[in-house]
Design a binder for this molecule. Structure first.
Ligand SMILES: Nc1ncnc2c1ncn2[C@@H]1O[C@H](COP(=O)(O)OP(=O)(O)OP(=O)(O)O)[C@@H](O)[C@H]1O
Ligand SMILES: [Mg+2]
Length: 250
């Protein structure tokens, strides 16, 4: 891959919680405008990978670079200012703020100075275009976050991430706990984001959803990557599907 096409480059990450050794040497690359899915069973280190990249649980060893500049050691707000948004596991919207306030928070003073996708000639999201994408939020603008359904909260979490026009979105299990209809909606949004130039590192446990949107698939097991390839290459390996994702043959 031409280095100019690499948006995020991660080399040999090792991350601990105290003495607990979780990421044991993870290396990966996210090319510009691609969806890279990270799959793996519960407790294998998917969220820890996202936390390491976003500066929430800094790695003890390894390096991260984004658009060619080092990211290692930066605080989460500095990572965000470089043009990376996080859609955390369990949605984590501000439950005591309204939908409107949740959406407008990223464009308030705190987020000034961030390198937006639009600065690089990419798509520019606005309050109106986000609401166009998530029509169910339009009728709920004055509702508190806690009054939304799980699906609506997930749409809000994704919409909020888009408001800062990130070049890369880190998404941690966006389909978790959603109805089939909302899972399809999340897949549609991911395809739309890719078509607009956003890259996504997508952590998922919904295999069919992830395979339907991903350009590349990584599988993590006990803090190490055990598979890297296209969705087609993964589907041609029933043993890998069985061993690491619990998919039985036939
Ligand atoms: N704050 C923490 N302190 C100590 N150990 C943790 C902490 N967070 C996670 N762990 C442990 O680290 C390992 C990896 O957890 P992680 O949350 O990254 O897994 P995951 O792949 O995201 O799982 P899930 O699919 O359930 O979200 C697990 O053994 C977990 O118990
Ligand atoms: Mg997790």
């Amino acid at each position: 891959m031409d280095s100019a096409d690499v948006l995020l480059s991660v080399q040999d990450l090792h991350t601990y919680y105290g003495d607990s050794y979780v990421l044991q040497g993870v290396s990966l690359q996210v090319p510009r405008g691609q969806v890279v899915a990270v799959l793996g069973r519960n407790g294998m280190g998917k969220t820890t990978l996202i936390r390491s990249l976003f500066g929430l649980t800094p790695p003890r060893q390894g390096s991260i670079s984004f658009m060619g500049a080092p990211l290692t050691g930066l605080a989460p707000y500095e990572v965000a200012a470089r043009g990376i948004s996080l859609v955390p596991q369990g949605r984590r919207i501000f439950r005591h703020l309204t939908v409107r306030e949740n959406l407008l928070l990223p464009v308030s003073g705190l987020a000034k100075g961030r390198q937006a996708l639009s600065d690089q000639g990419g798509h520019t999201w606005t309050f109106d275009s986000v609401l166009h994408e998530f029509p169910q939020l339009r009728d709920r603008l004055s509702n508190g976050g806690s009054e939304l359904s799980g699906g609506e909260q997930q749409m809000l979490a994704i919409g909020r991430a888009l408001m800062s026009n990130p070049a890369l979105v880190l998404m941690d299990e966006p389909s978790e706990g959603l109805s089939p209809r909302y899972v399809l909606h999340v897949a549609d949004i991911l395809r739309r984001m890719r078509s607009l130039g956003h890259a996504v590192l997508l952590v998922e446990q919904n295999l069919s959803m992830a395979l339907s949107v991903a350009d590349q698939v990584l599988i993590i097991a006990s803090g190490r990557l055990v598979f890297k390839g296209t969705p087609e290459a993964l589907q041609a390996q029933p043993q890998v599907l069985h061993d690491h994702l619990g998919v039985s043959a036939g």
